[in-house]
Ligand binder design. Sequence first.
Ligand code: ADP
Length: 399
Amino acid sequence: MKVLVINAGSSSLKYQLMEPETQEVLAKGLCERIGIDGRLTHKVPSRDLKHEADVSMPTHAEAIQAVLDALTSSEHGVISSMKEIDAVGHRVVHGGEKFASSALINEEVMAAIEACIPLAPLHNPANITGIRACQNVIPGVPMVAVFDTAFHQTMPPKAFVYALPYEYYEQDHVRRYGFHGTSHLYVSGRAAAMLGRPIEELKIVTCHLGNGSSICAVDGGKSVDTSMGFTPLDGLPMGTRCGAIDVSIVEYLAKTHNLSVDEILNLCNKKSGVLGVSGVSSDFRDIEAAADQGNQRAQLALDLFCYKVCKRIGSAAAAMGGIDAVVFTAGVGENSAMLRERIVANLGFLGIRIDPEKNNVRGEERDISADGAAVRTLLIPTNEELVIATDTARIVSGK
Ligand code: ADP
């Protein structure tokens, strides 16, 4: 079965055409600057081929058409016609409390995704636009929505209810949802496979550390707590997001600097995190380089990031009453040996110890634990597209 995986953002669209059974990626790429001008980058891994072109993309519909043209092109295509696409899997950021698993897209599901727009005003509209564009360009092909929030629907109320007046949960659905669910699901499953043990008997802390970061306590294969909350702003400090802060700061800054709530939320989302603290960049590579050259604020940004990730690993272990493995994934988690080492430096009391030699690696599955460590520390590159393709294939084949 050939599944087209679509991850539609407001002005970009990532895609992969893959065969979930063999896990082979036939082609993948990116449409950027949708609504501005339009640029396509298309890659065919088996032929080591990369094709780039300016393509007019006034809307997502033209972007999807450009993807289909690339996939069926005589020069850099991988299929002879779009009839070979058996199904499309769409990443959808917010499924609210309605979706604890992926869903075959019909008008009822679309209405439920639309109902979640107030919960994810930046993300869900773009996801919906991507789905509608696909429905127009390839009508009749079955489509599945795979939600970032779904994996966390197993959290118990004590983990997801905020200590606000309860009616705001009941009426307004204000609660912890959690995100990066497909990534936490994938890496926890791979961790169990690497350890050669059934996931049902494992307590795993998964650390998705990228531009956006979250930590998940996966007990017996189920998410029981996670650091992101009502929105992806909660929890850890990130590239540009502040993570958890005292909400009174919002009022204080509003009064002191005559700022609106929107303006403060904008600075919490886009100007904070390691960018805000370092003043250098949101990219950890730039911050590491600046810290190496003696930049004190860059050093502080790294220090507080590692400190908060370390504390969250401890709190996830406490949530489960134990820990068998800790997993590092995503851009930072997969690539920065230095940050992994600093994050776990204080966690020896839990039995987490890494081997500096084994840790000296990037982007490949590896057990980086020190010999004899009670807790295994694993490096596992995430693969959200594979989860989306596999779920899509399972649902459209009625399994
Ligand atoms: P997203 O959350 O956007 O999916 P990624 O998971 O791709 O992000 O992570 C991107 C981030 O990973 C970059 O902003 C960068 O900070 C970090 N990163 C990538 N490579 C390295 C590296 N070699 N060392 C440190 N950080 C890195």
